[in-house]
Design a protein around this ligand. Structure first.
Ligand code: PLP
Length: 394
């Protein structure tokens, strides 16, 4: 018999994953090229060839006891040092390996940091729309997720509501820029204002509020958009990074946390993250992947591929009358549903073998998310279906 808590979680289990499974079934019926699956953020760009080459080279030249063995729960020291140096070069920071904890992707990193900081009943804030798993991750450690309502005009963070919602129980704020599901990027000015609010509230309540910056899409930006490095703006920042999207390695499960020296309780926090990595059952991030990404710190995915998809899809949808903020980053479009209940829109798309995710999965009903990290042909193939749906529903 499964636990009561799990029963509820299974019942409310990810709509996105369910769609992904449905897409696979549809492909068997209609043929894969007649199914337009925009449900999952699974990159269709292959990992840079340097990644495979690095893995082969490591396997051929490094002692297998090292490659396949346990290491510090926080990761190989030399890998962490290489990542710290690379960050310092890119962002003018001063990290060392002490500031880096290797994680099992962004999901692993978020769980490690939340386990490290949360007491039951602690509040964690986030801005809607947000990656739906945050709710589960916070509830894993008996925290309460407090949602700041969306700014539907711009999808930039609603800072006045943030200020109102911070209490003495607020332990953290999770932000995600470039954003899933909207693709918006938070400007430097926004980050400065946000940091000022957190500072003010920390003083008012005599508390420490961690800013958890969930950054799997940092490098996926268009039209020269800049993503500020948040440790430079707010002392209590913890960065969660992942190679899932930036190097197209989502199945390999590799990322890291950055915990800066200035963060409150720095040493205890690093120690807690190290132990949390172990006792959550990760033990450590995958050894071969750690060694491989350390050799590929200057590699980049093909952003132009996503950019072509973005332009074609955005322009096409706009032409049919859909409304959407043009994304500056990540690989998602968050489109206003032509019907108030977006599930009607989702079903109309499904009839044309187009799979999109309802905005309610991101705490923002009335919208749908289209993940455009797909083949260009998928976009071209789906556009006539989107046009038909527009004619039917507008
Ligand atoms: N955070 C956000 C905003 C995401 O979109 C995702 C995955 O789509 C994750 C975290 C989890 O990423 P990972 O595969 O690195 O665990």
């Amino acid at each position: 018999m499964i636990s009561e808590k799990m029963k509820a979680l299974v019942a409310g289990s990810s709509v996105i994953r369910a769609m992904f499974e449905e897409g696979k079934k549809m492909a068997e019926i209609y043929g894969a090229d007649k199914v337009y699956d925009f449900s999952l953020g699974n990159p269709n760009v292959a990992a840079p060839k340097e990644v495979n080459e690095a893995m082969k080279q490591i396997l051929d030249t490094t002692d297998p006891i090292v490659v396949h063995g346990y290491m510090s729960n926080s990761g190989f020291e030399e890998v962490r040092e290489a990542i710290a140096k690379s960050l310092n070069q890119r962002f003018d920071t001063a990290f060392t390996q002490e500031n880096i904890v290797m994680t099992v992707g962004a999901a692993g990193g978020l769980n490690v940091i939340l386990k490290s900081i949360l007491n039951p009943g602690d509040e964690v804030l986030t801005f809607a729309p947000f990656f739906g798993e945050y709710r589960n991750y916070v509830s894993n450690y008996d925290g309460t997720l407090i949602v700041v309502s969306p700014n539907l005009e711009t999808f930039q963070p609603n800072l006045s509501e943030l200020e109102d919602k911070i209490t003495e129980k607020t332990k953290a704020l999770i932000i995600n820029s470039p954003n899933n599901p909207t693709g918006v990027v938070y400007s430097e000015e926004t980050i400065q204002k946000l940091a000022a609010i957190l500072e003010k509230k920390q003083q008012e309540y005599g508390t420490e509020i961690y800013l958890i910056s969930d950054e799997p899409y940092r490098e996926l930006v268009y039209d020269g958009a800049e993503v500020p490095y948040l440790t430079k703006y707010y002392r209590n920042t913890v960065v969660g990074y992942s190679y899932s999207k930036s190097l197209s390695l989502p199945g390999e499960r590799i990322g890291y946390l950055v915990i800066p020296n200035e963060a409150a309780d720095f040493e205890a926090l690093c120690g807690a993250a190290n132990v949390a990595t172990r006792i959550l059952g990760f033990v450590n991030a995958p050894s071969l992947q750690q060694l491989a990404v350390a050799k590929c710190l200057d590699c980049q995915t093909d952003v132009s591929y996503y950019n072509r998809n973005r332009e074609t899809l955005y322009e096409g949808l706009k032409q049919y009358g859909y409304e959407c903020v043009k994304p500056e980053g990540a690989f998602y479009l968050f489109v206003k549903s032509p019907t108030e209940d977006e599930k009607v829109f989702v079903e109309a798309c499904k009839k044309r073998q187009i799979l999109v995710v309802p905005g309610s999965s991101f705490a923002c009903p009335g919208y749908v998310r289209i993940a455009y990290c797909v083949a260009y042909e998928t976009i071209l193939g789906a556009l006539p279906g989107f046009e038909e749906v527009a004619k039917e529903l507008f």
